[in-house]
Design a protein around this ligand. Structure first.
Ligand SMILES: Nc1ncnc2c1ncn2[C@@H]1O[C@H](COP(=O)(O)OP(=O)(O)OP(=O)(O)O)[C@@H](O)[C@H]1O
Length: 483
């Protein structure tokens, strides 16, 4: 038996009334890729914080490499070779990538450290994401969310004063398109086969099944299953998490849409001869490699249509942000206020928000999207990442807006809730709402009635009905032409 790189024994953590971890045991050895799955709020990020030393468990212990070094917390974890890519990303946006690397790796010091750091980062980024176009001398705040995620991943795999032993990846592909995600997973497999270990958290079960050697399932703060990957299937994994696998809802072409009125009509660009049309009741998917103009189009549409500041006139358009920390949540507000802020006009009586109306809408959406909290008046940051994302959904869907724009909105949402939200989207579309949905997940693109594929800032293909398939989307993303 080899000594584990990290051993957590009997860890319990509570936040007020919430028991986030109860008596969790978890060991990770060299050469293991442990996949960690569980519903939103199951305790995954909390165990991550215990392992990386950011959180001392109220009961239980954590040790690194079997050594009692005398160090505690983050210092002990760093000395034990633990690195962590955080779900909410942790780079300082006002600093350059090189300066962020310096903060993360104290060994980057002495004469010429900037040049050395730049060379190390460029090499590692190309190793993990071959062919990437990230400018490594840039300030982090100028990068897209996908680029920030790529940089944070690469920085954690750097070998500065010794190679990392355990890299924790908390939803590392949530903002990456499928091509970048596959590059990262390939790097993880290589790292693990070379003796490194990884703790991989993801709600995309295909990633967990294709990359892990062992899978640990958490539910309500405890470990409910821990077995080699060969003993799980997609279905058994979902069931172990306490959810039910449902049939995909795609039903082919909805011909009724051909006669619906057009609600969005963006003229064709001369370069590709293609524009975007959306009809009442349609679910339109925006696909293609990340950063090729999908988010920019959503933001432009939102800016153009939402210039209505009169509270008694409901907005025509609502937006669900993907980068929730940047343009989604109000971090100092309660969960309820974060939800109701999108719909103040309808919730108000005599120019002020009517508390009973607000509470009723909060209770309705808490139940509909399974927001896990004992009290909607608690701060939004007391929610787990996926639960925060559900609040952003509820904010948009609880408005009467006829058009809902969604910018890769399922970041960090668990499979059970995703299925519920897909059903809500489908029902709302059938009732006449139009959705424009950018997604980095192919399964979601395949749920749409019509799909526009983006490349280099323009639409290069339009797919509808049975043409919407992974094969056609990928072909158009890479070649600019539908297969
Ligand atoms: N700072 C905090 N204050 C209060 N409650 C918290 C805090 N951090 C986490 N919690 C609660 O602890 C529980 C576990 O949260 P955690 O973030 O570990 O879940 P998770 O499994 O990572 O979820 P997700 O998949 O949504 O990221 C949740 O109920 C959450 O609301």
């Amino acid at each position: 038996m080899t000594t584990p790189v990290v051993a957590v024994r009997g860890a319990s953590v509570t936040f007020g009334a919430v028991r986030a971890l109860s008596g969790v045991d978890l060991e990770i050895s060299a050469g293991e890729a442990v996949g960690l799955v569980g519903h939103n709020g199951a305790g995954k990020s909390t165990i991550v914080n215990v392992i990386n030393g950011g959180l001392t468990p109220h009961e239980g212990s954590v040790s690194y490499g079997g050594m009692a070094s005398g160090m505690t917390g983050v210092s002990a974890a760093r000395a034990g070779g633990v690195r962590c890519v955080f779900q909410e990303l942790s780079l300082c946006s006002n600093l350059s990538i090189v300066e962020n690397a310096r903060l993360m790796h104290a060994g980057l010091t002495g004469f010429g450290w900037r040049k050395r750091a730049l060379a190390l980062i460029e090499t590692k980024l190309s190793e993990v994401f071959p062919g990437n176009r990230v400018d490594c001398s840039a300030t982090v705040g100028t990068l897209s969310i996908a680029e920030r995620q790529m940089v944070e991943i690469a920085l954690n795999f750097l070998d500065v004063s010794g190679p990392p032993k355990l890299v924790i990846l908390d939803e590392p592909t949530s903002s990456l398109d499928s091509a970048l995600a596959e590059q990262m997973l390939a790097h993880v497999r290589k790292f693990v086969s070379g003796g490194g270990s990884v703790l991989l958290i993801s709600h995309i079960l295909g990633e967990i099944l294709s990359t892990s050697t062992r899978i640990v399932v958490m539910k309500d703060g405890g470990v409910v299953a821990a077995r080699p990957v060969s003993e799980f299937t997609g279905k058994s994994l979902v069931e172990a998490m306490g959810s039910v696998v449902r049939e995909k809802t795609r039903t082919g072409v909805r011909t009724v849409l051909d006669t619906s009125p057009t609600v969005i009509d963006i003229p064709a660009t001369p370069r590709t001869g293609l524009g975007l049309k959306a009809r009442k009741g349609e679910v339109i998917g925006l696909a293609g490699l990340g950063g090729h103009g999908q988010t920019a189009m959503l933001l432009a549409l939102f800016r153009e249509r939402s210039s209505n500041w009169l509270p008694h006139r409901p907005d025509e358009i609502a937006f669900v942000a993907g980068d929730r920390a940047l343009n989604g949540t109000f971090p100092l507000w309660s969960i309820l206020r974060n939800l109701s802020v999108g719909n103040l006009g309808a919730l108000s009586k005599r120019f002020s928000v009517h508390a009973a109306n607000e509470d009723a809408v909060g209770a309705e959406w808490k139940q509909k999207t399974a927001i896990r909290t004992p009290d909607m008046h608690l701060p939004i940051l007391s929610l787990s990442g996926g639960n925060q994302q559900k609040v952003l959904f509820a904010r948009a869907l609880s408005t009467p807006a006829r058009i809902v724009l969604m910018d890769d909105p399922m970041r960090g949402v668990d499979i059970g809730t995703k299925q519920d939200v897909y059903s809500i989207i489908r029902a709302e579309a059938e009732a006449g709402r139009t959705f424009i949905w950018y997604s980095t997940e192919m399964d979601e693109i395949c749920l749409c009635d019509r799909v526009y594929v983006f490349r280099d800032g323009a639409i290069v293909a339009e797919l509808s009905g049975d043409e919407v398939s992974e094969h056609n989307v990928l072909a158009a993303s890479f070649s600019g032409e539908a297969a």
